[in-house]
Every structure is written in structure tokens, then in C-alpha cells.
Design a protein around this ligand. Structure first.
Ligand code: ZN
Length: 491
């Protein structure tokens, strides 16, 4: 009687031991090596002059031209003239083309056999709403220098990048140096409103010319000083960004008086449809997007319990999903996000509306696409009479994931490690949208990164109040771009 129980216990114990062994082994061997540091040359440019020029750039109120009252295209024209007079050596050597208010510069490289690099930055900024001006510590368009930073709308997003690129190019051009590869500078003028007449047209022009770049590099990633997973600095290189779709859900039925209503009205049916679609079980996991590669890159930096869980997603999948689902950024990283945002129905309390509609906003994860998401939503409401589901406007899929094992990634990551040695580098999914997605067809890979070291609070100032860029960050960016412009053969 006792013996079989003991044998069973022993078997269970053995099984547990093996399981723990596997979990631990996978945890301890989990991770990918960091890319090698790329050496930086010592430079002597004047960072003070660069900071002053960033301040000047901020004074041009290049708010995106939204086709609305208050649009001021002259600001872009004046900004362009200022660029030409402030960066004469660069303008003497690079070819400048205007595409609307967007600018494309072509700086021919010494070796035409090497694929070019496309460097992006946008000229436009978001407005400063009148009721927020009083909350600023400085004039939002004053470009003042204070506490070791340049302040004003656009300092972080994205005139800092634009000025750092121009400073880098001017530094090299003034010494009579030219890049090894051709460098294409693409400065859009409508990034904040979608980039349709800026980035998109520049990319189309490049495609028509048969350009196939080594990589395109834009804003969107940086060095976060305290990463939620590791509690320490991490350099995040954006390798993809989520797609966007507005789904229209419509319920129709007979109109009439509400004193004798049917069992379901168009409004109640719509409510049901919204709830079902909102909760539909789309896959959420670390695989199928950049999340697992990010975890792998952070490998040994992760606390052991987290590492053990992530390295064994086969076992701890539900736990990880629960953890990830507990915060909006976590959810966004592992799956498509769904947010009902608009509702329309009815005109009077006592009238049954013949139609009720809603818009549900989707941010499409790289694992999903607009077709599969729509099919899934339709299946959820197939049994609801009078309900139709379609995309309102053209949905956009997530940007295909760029390689985190390419030579271009290694260059960007290696330079980040040289500039911020304390920060391991990891690929990431960009949660917002940037101009870079338009360049997919003309570049092998598309990356989003600038070596700006900042906390989340600091990053939130972009589009918010008291936006600023520290002079130290501007310095890092200029050194970073100078190194990129000089890259010849793959590192
Ligand atoms: Zn931006």
C-alpha cells in the first residue's frame, strides 16, 4: 500500500526537480550579447553655438499647416532661409530640393558603390494651445537657454534632431570632409498631421529614383533613464511602429416610438456589438512582435524572477500576459489595442433611432493586420441582426519589423553604447507614429532612435508644457550623427 504512494511521490518530486532545472537553465542562459561599442573620434565643435542655433530654430513657429485659420506658411519660408544662412558649408556642398515645404538634401558620398543612408527629422511642431501658455516657465517659442537646456516647442520633437543633423553636416563640410556614403536628409513639414504631403512625397520621389538605402533613421526611440523592467537606463531602438485603424460599427433597425420598443433597439444592439469587439480575444504574447527580442536583449539585466518567467513563456505565458495586461504600455507591447472612441445615435428621448454608429480605434500590433482584425470583429457580431462592421477610411498595418541583427542596427546600437555606456541597447515597438513608416520601400531597415537620455517625465514634455532639450543631449546627438555620416563599410 505504501510503496506505490512513495513511488508516485518520488516521481512527482523528480518531475518538479526537472521542471525547476529546465526553468532555471533557460533563465540563466536567456539573453543575447550586446552589440560591440563603436568608437567615436574626438571632435571639437562648439556646442554653445549649436545650442544658440537650436534656440533660433525654435523661434520659427513652424506649426503644421492643417489647412486651418492661423496657418502661417511664411514661418517655414523664413526657417528655410535661416537654415541656408546658418549652415553655409553644408549648403555649398549638398543638393537641396524643396517638395512643398519639405526639404530633401542629397550629400553625395565618396563611394557610390555603397548604399545611402536616409536621415529624417521634421520641421513642423504641434501648436501651443492658448490656455496652456501660462503654464510654461518660458516663452514656448522663445528658444531660451536655461539650466543647461534649450527650451521651447519643438526642442525635443523634433527640431533638436534637425539641428543636430545640420550641425553634424556643417562640421564635416566646413573641414572639406565628405561622407563615405551618400547621405539623404529628409526634413518633412507635416509629420504631426500624418506626413502625407511631406514624408510620403519625398519617399515616392526616392522610390522613383530607385533609391535603396542601407537604413532610414528617424526619431521615436531614445535612452530611457529608468526602464520599468530593469529600473536602470536602457537605450531603445524602434524597429517597428503600430498600425492604425478606425472601425465603424453600425446597427440599423426600424425607427419608431419608444413607448412600445422591440426587445433590442439599435442602441442596445450597438452597445452589445461594441462590448464584444472591445473584448474580443486577440492574441497577446511576447512573441510575434519586437517584445521578445527586447527581453532577450535585456537578458541578464532583468531581475531573476522576471527572467525565469520570460525565458519560459511556454510555462508562464498566462502569468506574463496578466502582468503585461496590468498597464496600458504593457498591453500595447504584446497585442493590438482596441479603444471605442465615438458614438452617435438618436435625437430625442422618445424616438427609436433607425441607426446607431460607433467608431472603435485600433492600434494594430505587428502580429495582426487590418484584414484579420476586421474578420475577427465581424465574427464576434455575426449573430447580431442589423449590425455591420467596416473600416472607416484606409486602415494602416504596423510597420514590418526591422532587423535587430543587421549591420545598421549594430552601428546605431554600438554608437549608443559609446555615448551612454551604462545603457544596454534593446529593440522596441514604437507606440505612436512617425514619418519613418513612409520610407519602408526605399530602405532595407527603418530605425527610430536618437541618443537622447531622458526620463519619461522629460519625454512627456514633447507635445506638452515646458518642452526642452538639454545641451548635453544635443551634444550626444551631434556626435552620433557625425559618426553615422562617416560610416563607410559596415562596421
Ligand atoms: Zn516628432
Amino acid at each position: 500500500m505504501k510503496k506505490p504512494i512513495l513511488a508516485a511521490l518520488a516521481a512527482v518530486f523528480m518531475l518538479c526537480a526537472v521542471l525547476v532545472g529546465v526553468v532555471l537553465y533557460r533563465a540563466l542562459t536567456f539573453g543575447a550579447p550586446q552589440p560591440a561599442v563603436v568608437a567615436l573620434e574626438s571632435l571639437d565643435f562648439s556646442i554653445d553655438t549649436a545650442a544658440v542655433r537650436l534656440g533660433e530654430a525654435i523661434r520659427f513657429r513652424t506649426v503644421s499647416l492643417a489647412g486651418a485659420e492661423g496657418d502661417d506658411p511664411a514661418q517655414f519660408e523664413h526657417f528655410h532661409q535661416w537654415m541656408q544662412s546658418s549652415y553655409p558649408a553644408f549648403h555649398a556642398t549638398a543638393r537641396r530640393e524643396a517638395i512643398g515645404y519639405s526639404l530633401l538634401y542629397t550629400w553625395e558620398g565618396a563611394n557610390p558603390a555603397l548604399a545611402p543612408i536616409i536621415l529624417l527629422a521634421h520641421q513642423d511642431v504641434v501648436p501651443v494651445p492658448g490656455d496652456t501658455v501660462a503654464s510654461w516657465s518660458v516663452d514656448p517659442f522663445g528658444g531660451s537657454l536655461r539650466d543647461g537646456a534649450v527650451w521651447g516647442r519643438g526642442a525635443l520633437d523634433d527640431k533638436g534632431s534637425l539641428i543636430a543633423l545640420l550641425e553634424a553636416a556643417e562640421y564635416l563640410a566646413a573641414q572639406g570632409r565628405r561622407p563615405a556614403r551618400t547621405i539623404l536628409f529628409a526634413f518633412g513639414h507635416d509629420e504631426e498631421i500624418g506626413g502625407e504631403s511631406g514624408a510620403r512625397r519625398i519617399a515616392e520621389l526616392l522610390a522613383a529614383r530607385g533609391v535603396r538605402a542601407w537604413f532610414a533613421l528617424d526619431e521615436g526611440g531614445g535612452v530611457i533613464d529608468r526602464h520599468p523592467l530593469t529600473g536602470a537606463a536602457v537605450a531603445m531602438i524602434g524597429v517597428s511602429e503600430r498600425g492604425f485603424g478606425a472601425m465603424r460599427v453600425r446597427a440599423t433597425g426600424p425607427a419608431g416610438h419608444s413607448s412600445l420598443p422591440p426587445a433590442e433597439t439599435t442602441v442596445s444592439t450597438l452597445a452589445l456589438a461594441i462590448t464584444r469587439i472591445h473584448r474580443m480575444p486577440l492574441e497577446r504574447s511576447l512573441e510575434g512582435g519586437p517584445a521578445m527580442d527586447m527581453m532577450r536583449a535585456l537578458g541578464s539585466e532583468l531581475p531573476l524572477p522576471a527572467r525565469a518567467a520570460i525565458a519560459n513563456e511556454w510555462l508562464f505565458g498566462p502569468l506574463i500576459q496578466q502582468q503585461m495586461a496590468s498597464s496600458p504600455p504593457g498591453r500595447a507591447l504584446v497585442g493590438t489595442s482596441i479603444a471605442p472612441t465615438m458614438l452617435q445615435a438618436g435625437v430625442r428621448a422618445n424616438v427609436l433611432p433607425a441607426e446607431a454608429t460607433a467608431i472603435i480605434n485600433f492600434r494594430i500590433h505587428p502580429r495582426d493586420n487590418a484584414d484579420t482584425v476586421l474578420a475577427r470583429a465581424r465574427a464576434e457580431v455575426a449573430d447580431l441582426e442589423g449590425v455591420t462592421v467596416e473600416w472607416s477610411g484606409e486602415p494602416r498595418n504596423a510597420d514590418p519589423i526591422s532587423s535587430s541583427s543587421s549591420s545598421g542596427y549594430a552601428l546605431i546600437a554600438g554608437l549608443s553604447r559609446a555615448l551612454s555606456p551604462e545603457a544596454p541597447v534593446a529593440p522596441m515597438l514604437v507606440l505612436g507614429g512617425t514619418d519613418s513608416r513612409h520610407y519602408r520601400a526605399v530602405a532595407e531597415d527603418v530605425y527610430r532612435f536618437a541618443p537622447v537620455v531622458a526620463g519619461l517625465d522629460e519625454a512627456r514634455r514633447a507635445h506638452g508644457v515646458d518642452e526642452r532639450l538639454t545641451v548635453e543631449n544635443l551634444n550626444r546627438m551631434i556626435r552620433f550623427y557625425i559618426a553615422i555620416m562617416q560610416t563607410g563599410e559596415h562596421p
